[in-house]
Ligand binder design. Structure first.
Ligand code: PMP
Ligand code: GLN
Length: 380
């Protein structure tokens, strides 16, 4: 068989979770919370199913949920969006990313991605017949060198993808970045795809620079988010894309034939949750900030050097004081021999920086889980 995705194997998240299970390692690899989903949401989901909301949802999403997303978008980012023409509910942010790329990128067109980047971006581009053009972020602090991005743009560039707060580093784009981005895209027809799944997990009083705050950018963008991160339910796979009507129309052409619609009962549950607890997400930053701070303090008792974490729920650690193994080998060794699963950074790069010794640990965990991991990490 001549494969369509020759570079693709099994995702690192699956590989490391399986390895963690086999070796009974504390799993700080794949990013998912190990604590409970809000009770109201669980109740609302059961009720939706019991009340018979079990058939196809409208293709673009249950109206009450799209209205709730529109109200939240106005409240959080000051942008009024039309829930009928500009919001589509999807089966996770992953589906939204695939739909957006497949809807706009034609064979031979280029998509600029900033490395390290989330692992599903490039396969989506490849399947569309596009070409991923990789621009590295600063290896120290994961900031964007806009001059390099400018140089990567060509007449064939169709799309630029950004992600803030960033997976795996937690770096966040600033207002200055948004200005640079606007000036870069002005007078081009480049579509922006902004992956904002960690939009509410931001620390130290920082403000999330959603593309939805910036009208000039929002007018050419798909903004993608995921309820999985905001409501601790990554397994429910419900997300959405906000985009201007013309882009949304193209997006829905793919969505309607890809999944057609997203799990209906969960859509009713999220609509109820957002309506009754509109400020749920406001405590998320604080909630994760205390986990981050505690975990970082505990890491001081190990040989791992924690990098700053401005947002998201991942802690990067430099392990060069422990080992000179490559990141993939180190994470495997850490899981198998030391009982803590972590994610190497190299799968997030087209060309990993030479000699980089970083691993990603997820701190979206109960204190007891993190304590158990720290006990094992102290022994390194
Ligand atoms: N983008 C980023 C940066 C992510 O970290 C994730 C999931 N962890 C996704 C997209 C996919 O989100 P979902 O699970 O809602 O498909
Ligand atoms: N996004 C999650 C992470 O970065 C993993 C999601 C998945 O396993 N596909 O860990």
């Amino acid at each position: 068989l001549e494969t369509k995705l020759p570079k693709v194997g099994t995702t690192i998240f699956t590989v490391m979770s399986q390895l963690a299970l086999e070796h009974k390692a504390v799993n700080l690899g794949q990013g998912f919370p190990d604590f409970a989903v809000p009770q109201r949401l669980v109740d609302a989901l059961s009720r939706a199913m019991a009340e018979g909301r079990n058939q196809y949802a409208p293709m673009h999403g249950v109206p009450a949920l799209r209205q709730a997303i529109a109200a939240k978008t106005a409240r959080c980012y000051g942008r009024e969006v039309d829930p009928d023409a500009e919001i589509t509910v999807t089966s996770g942010a992953s589906e939204a990313i695939f739909d957006a790329v497949l809807a706009v990128v034609r064979p031979g067109e280029e998509v600029v991605v900033l490395d390290p980047c989330y692992d599903c971006y490039e396969p989506a581009i490849d399947l569309a017949g596009g070409v991923a053009v990789h621009v590295p972020l600063d290896p120290q602090d994961f900031t964007v060198d806009w001059q390099r991005v400018r140089e990567a743009i060509s007449p064939r560039t169709r799309m630029l993808m950004i992600n803030s707060p960033h997976n795996p580093s937690g770096a966040m784009l600033t207002e200055g970045d948004m200005r640079e981005l606007a000036s870069l895209l002005r007078d081009t027809s480049i579509v922006l795809l902004s992956d904002e799944v960690y939009e509410h997990i931001v620390f130290d009083g920082a403000r999330h620079e959603s593309v939805l705050r910036h009208p000039e950018l929002a007018e050419r963008a798909f903004v993608v988010s995921s309820f999985g991160k905001t409501y601790h339910c990554t397994g429910w796979k419900v997300g959405y894309a906000v985009a201007p009507p013309a882009l949304t129309a193209e997006f829905r052409k793919v969505h309607q034939y890809n999944t057609f619609c997203t799990f209906a009962p969960a859509q009713f549950a999220f609509a109820e949750m957002i309506e009754h607890e509109p400020s749920h997400h406001e405590q998320l930053g604080e909630f994760y900030e205390s986990k981050r701070d505690r975990f970082r303090e505990q890491l001081q008792g190990t040989k791992l050097r924690p990098l700053p974490v401005p947002g998201g729920y991942f802690q990067l650690v430099d392990y060069s004081a422990v080992s000179d193994l490559s990141d993939a080998e180190f994470c495997r060794w850490l899981t198998v021999e030391k009982g803590v699963a972590a994610i190497p950074l190299s799968p997030f790069y087209a060309r990993p920086p030479e000699g980089q010794r970083l691993a990603r640990l997820c701190f979206a965990k109960e204190a007891a889980t993190l304590d158990a991991a720290i006990e094992r990490l102290k022994a390194l």
